[in-house]
Design a protein around this ligand. Structure first.
Ligand code: MTE
Ligand code: MO
Length: 406
């Protein structure tokens, strides 16, 4: 990883944001000097992450959790994966931060300060599950290019903000609105200010849901810088790429939003199943909307050694995009037979659900515990791999852990 040894005076405010406190004698700090607290780019220190997180890339930062780090019902910041397409914004001035609503389907664009957004509209808090569309990509064969996420690009945090719907009502949008698209303050890897790292969105119906927020708090505190401080649009249950961090502008479009990573093959899967390795034409690729049913065993950690005299209590979470999880099962015989887990209802729509089961093993030896969720449409997780797709999205195969009973 590259050392960042020179810092321009102009980025002092973002240094203070990273440090969490002000640099008291910054006026006399030599120009170009990097405070030693920031001289090493240790991501665990920089982003307050658990040492067990796995760094997949450092430019841009892409860091994932492991299943056992996601055991909490509400994911704490230290276990939340990071997926950046570009560089974290360097100059954030909260006092001057604004959100503009514009686009073809808006008569008169309107700009709000952060303070206005917070004071003018009612606040709401929801637990919302965000999963990267590429979570699980590492298992596809033939392999797909991109971050090789295993299982850890998912979390469910508490998000507090105002409803996007309330703000759009205040602005007034035309009947021909079909999509919203976000624009954000992060910087393209090339540092070309004319290029956006990512600018995605969703159909207008998603924008108008109760749970779609313009959030300014995560887990009861300011959103951490790397997760979108000071403002983020949150669209739970959809690929997390729809939830734009460092939000500055939302365009209400009269066409499907055509921002960066909305077109071509990005965040799209073949409209009809294809054979592994098959070439698919751009026009036969469809935009990913609601994420598929999935689950994760968060206790015990895979590889646990346990005594046969005690029952093993497993636990974890399950989620199903826009739907709810209706049934949760486990298998200890490689999917030959399934037993039911107890499953809780979500605390609100689009929050993940918690499951548990007490398992007795017939004899000592090596076992795998497989977990399978089924959604309210009766669709269950595939046992080993779902349909192959060129970009390696939507791997919702059963999570599996190894246990040794002695
Ligand atoms: N502005 C901006 N928003 C963004 C991204 C980004 O690179 N820039 N990455 C998206 C993608 S692909 C994912 S998976 C999620 C990751 O959110 P997290 O870093 O809070 O886990 O943010 C989304 N929002
Ligand atoms: Mo993503």
């Amino acid at each position: 990883m590259k050392r960042r040894s020179f810092v321009a005076k102009s980025s002092l405010s973002s240094i203070a944001t990273l440090l969490g406190v002000d640099i008291v004698f910054k006026q006399v700090m030599p120009d170009g000097y990097t405070p030693i607290a920031l001289q090493d780019t240790d991501p665990f220190k920089l982003f307050n992450k658990d040492k067990g997180m796995i760094v997949l890339n450092d430019k841009p930062w892409n860091i994932e959790a492991q299943a056992h780090l996601l055991d909490d019902k509400v994911t704490p910041n230290k276990s939340i994966f990071i997926r950046n397409n570009g560089l974290v914004p360097e100059k954030i001035n909260v006092e001057n931060w604004t959100l503009t609503i514009d686009g073809e389907s808006v008569e008169k664009p309107k700009t709000y300060s952060l303070a206005e957004l917070k004071s003018k509209f009612k606040h709401h808090t929801y637990q919302l599950t965000l999963e990267c569309g590429g979570n699980g990509r590492s298992e596809f064969d033939p392999p797909a290019k991109g971050n090789q996420w295993t299982v850890g690009a998912v979390y469910c945090a508490n998000w507090t903000g105002v409803r996007l719907r309330d703000v759009l009502e205040d602005v007034g949008i035309n009947d021909d609105a079909v999509y919203f698209g976000y624009h954000a303050a992060d910087v393209h890897l090339s540092r070309d200010p004319g290029k956006e790292p990512i600018s995605r969105g969703a159909p207008i119906a998603k924008a108008l849901q109760d749970e779609t927020l313009l959030a300014f708090k995560m887990n009861g505190a300011d959103i951490p810088l790397v997760h979108g401080y000071p403002l983020r649009v949150i669209a739970g249950g959809w690929p997390a790429s729809v939830s734009g961090k460092w939000l500055q502008r939302i365009s209400i479009r009269n066409i499907v939003h055509d921002g960066t990573k909305m077109t071509g093959t990005a965040y799209r899967v073949p409209c009809k199943p294809v054979a592994p390795g098959e070439k698919v034409a751009d026009e036969d690729m469809c935009i990913i909307e609601s994420m598929p049913v999935k689950s994760l065993i968060t206790y015990p950690k895979s590889g646990a050694i346990l005594s046969k005299s005690k029952k093993l209590s497993i636990r974890g979470h399950a989620w199903a995009g826009e739907l709810e999880v209706a049934k949760m099962e486990y298998s200890i015989d490689f999917g030959a037979t399934w037993n039911s887990c107890s499953l809780q209802r979500p605390v609100n729509r689009l929050a993940w659900q918690h499951f548990s089961a007490d398992i007795s093993f017939p004899q000592e030896g090596y076992y795998e515990v497989w977990a399978k969720a089924t959604d309210t449409n009766g669709v269950g997780q595939p046992m080993l791999l779902p349909g192959w797709n060129p970009k390696g999205y939507l791997n919702n195969a059963c999570h599996r852990i190894a246990v040794k009973i002695t």
